[in-house]
Design a protein around this ligand. Structure first.
Ligand code: ATR
Length: 273
């Protein structure tokens, strides 16, 4: 039987095994998927030994996504730009390939699951860390009219914007310069939600029809989703759908079949609450 796994540390709370086992069942694929805690200094050798046995593919999570990027000999353009890899597998020539499905997962959740649009929209992205870098290329590929990256440390937002400036109208700034601007879609990729905090942005960034998207999710609305709802956003969406969609994209890369994510999203949502 083909083996798959997610490598991370810590990994106990990963929902990936449950998601991929559900995909395998619904598509009739014979495979196993497990969560494996890898010691920080054992990453490379654990990848090599997994993929030289029955292992066919890996998901990679914190803290190994950058290391996985460096280890891959072939990287997709979106992974190249993300500077991080969440999906590893070997191609027919045996080369170690790395992809990053986080951004396409989020874009698919917005467009397919929620019926949203990015094309032609004014997009604000909060944060300038790894999570944001991981989604920039797939967002820009949708041809938004502009993307503003705003971060607590403004210089990091400016640097990140420069990295993708060839892909569209992108600029970087601090939170304090958002006064007087408003957006159609606001994506929160800061780690503020982890502390139950909302980045200090003026509520004037919201118009009546603004959609808000938090890359994080929780059993009850995240601080950012709550803030969005309180200030009149048309929709506020958390990142549970992104989690399942990035898994669906990895599954498709490995198996060549696209699983239905809707049932799995509903199943996870029910289990959360
Ligand atoms: P990740 O991989 O989750 O993106 P990261 O690379 O450490 O983690 O980035 C964390 C992001 O959340 C950064 O943009 C950080 O802002 P700084 O660059 O100024 O550090 C942002 N962040 C973390 N805590 C925050 C808070 N309480 N309010 C606003 N932004 C916060």
């Amino acid at each position: 039987t083909d083996r798959y796994a997610v490598f991370g540390n810590p990994i106990k709370h990963s929902k990936s095994p449950q998601i991929h086992q559900a995909f395998a069942q619904s598509t009739g694929q014979d495979l196993t998927y497990e969560a494996i805690a890898v010691a920080e200094d054992q990453f490379t050798q654990t990848v090599e030994s997994f993929l030289s046995g029955d292992g066919r593919g890996l998901n990679i999570t914190i803290p190994f996504k950058q290391e996985a990027w460096a280890l891959a000999s072939v990287r997709s353009p979106r992974a190249e730009l993300a500077g991080a890899v969440n999906t590893l597998y070997r191609d027919e020539q045996g080369r170690l390939c790395g992809d990053n499905t986080d951004g396409i997962g989020m874009v698919r959740d917005i467009i397919r699951n929620h019926g949203g649009t990015i094309k032609g929209k004014r997009v604000l992205i909060l944060g300038a860390g790894g999570a944001v870098r991981g989604v920039l290329q797939p967002v820009l590929e949708q041809n938004p009219s502009c993307v503003v990256i705003a971060n607590r440390t403004a210089s990091k937002a400016v640097e990140l914007a420069a990295l993708v400036s060839h892909l569209g109208d992108v600029s970087g700034c601090g939170f304090d310069t958002l006064d007087g601007q408003c957006f159609d879609l606001i994506i929160n990729g800061t780690a503020a939600s982890l502390q139950g905090e909302v980045p200090p942005i003026p509520a004037t960034v919201l118009a009546d029809n603004t959609w808000c998207y938090d890359m994080m999710y929780a059993a009850s609305p995240t601080a950012f989703c709550q803030w969005a709802a309180d200030h009149g956003a048309e929709k506020s969406i958390d990142g549970l759908g992104m989690l399942v969609e990035q898994a669906a994209q990895s599954f498709q890369i490995w198996r060549g079949v696209e699983p239905d994510s809707q049932a799995v999203i509903e199943q996870l949502r029910t289990a959360l609450t």
